[in-house]
Design a protein. Structure first.
Length: 282
């Protein structure tokens, strides 16, 4: 066989190889399907959550979404270092409390607080609270959000006990009450927020539920009444700004659902609150 024929055969062989590679897709994983979608999909994300725990577990797990949330919390704190970041650990009624904690919610809040301190938010600016989750307990393999966050105001040294607004989300706020049996004003910050809320509701027709809470000072019956008075007071302020009475419902939990310890003055202050939730219009 002459050299010319050998060269021609080699050129033909390379041309066939190129055509098979380009149009036939030698490696299946790089070949597009008939509809243009790749045959092999990327591995599914198994940790696409922020921060979770499971029933009865001491583990507080961070997922792929946590770093973004952590950075956002730190950035908001930097805007005003006088803010108080509230971390509320969530727990179910029958979960055993770890040693040194009143309930599992406080433990989960403390675990999250440590992550925030490591990021650069001072421990003194973080309130570790707890919230009881209503409903049936989750299954052994189920996870749920370990906590949530809210922003309040740090009290200055020696500052009197005054009302405080805590924004948990666009649909939930907490109003902290001073230690008194009656309240005549909620302060400029809270009143301004309620005015803005009233204007929103006039348009959206969202319903508003207000739940009053107290510390454990005095009797259970008295505190149930006091919690109702706090909820009704907030309702009256919203009505004064033009909210339809039919859109607002109130109730009281008294001292039955503390979110902080009642063994300290600071904890009792955190428990004296009304929680305002907005619900989508039906």
């Amino acid at each position: 066989m002459s050299n010319l024929i050998k060269i021609i055969l080699m050129v033909v062989a390379w041309a066939l190889f190129f055509l098979l590679t380009f149009f036939g897709c030698i490696k299946e994983e790089y070949c597009p399907a008939d509809d243009g979608v790749a045959i092999t999909a990327p591995a599914p994300v198994t940790d696409d959550y922020s921060i979770v725990s499971s029933y009865g577990s001491n583990d507080v797990l961070t997922g792929s979404l946590w770093q973004t949330e952590l950075d956002a919390l730190y950035a908001k704190f930097q805007q005003d270092p006088n803010q108080a970041l509230e971390v509320t650990g969530r727990y179910y009624q029958d979960e055993a409390a770890p040693d040194g904690f009143e309930n599992m919610g406080f433990y989960r809040a403390d675990q999250i607080k440590q992550l925030l301190v490591a990021r650069g938010i001072p421990a003194d600016n973080i309130r570790a609270l707890s919230r009881l989750v209503s409903g049936a307990k989750p299954g052994a393999d189920d996870t749920f959000a370990a906590g949530n966050f809210g922003w309040g105001t740090m009290a200055a040294e020696g500052e009197p006990d005054v009302p405080e607004l805590v924004e948990v989300s666009s649909t939930e706020i907490k109003i902290r009450f001073p230690f008194s049996k009656a309240t005549k004003t909620l302060g400029t910050e809270v009143e301004d927020y309620l005015k803005t809320l009233a204007e929103r509701v006039k348009t959206s027709r969202e319903t508003i539920s207000i739940v009053g809470h107290t510390d454990n000072v005095d009797s259970d019956a008295f505190n149930r009444t006091l919690g109702q008075q706090r909820a009704d007071f907030v309702k009256d302020r919203l009505r004064s700004y033009g909210v339809d009475d039919a859109l607002i419902s109130t109730s009281s939990r008294g001292e039955s659902e503390p979110e902080d310890t009642n063994t300290t003055a600071a904890g009792r202050k955190n428990n004296r609150r009304a929680v305002v939730n907005l619900n989508k219009a039906q």
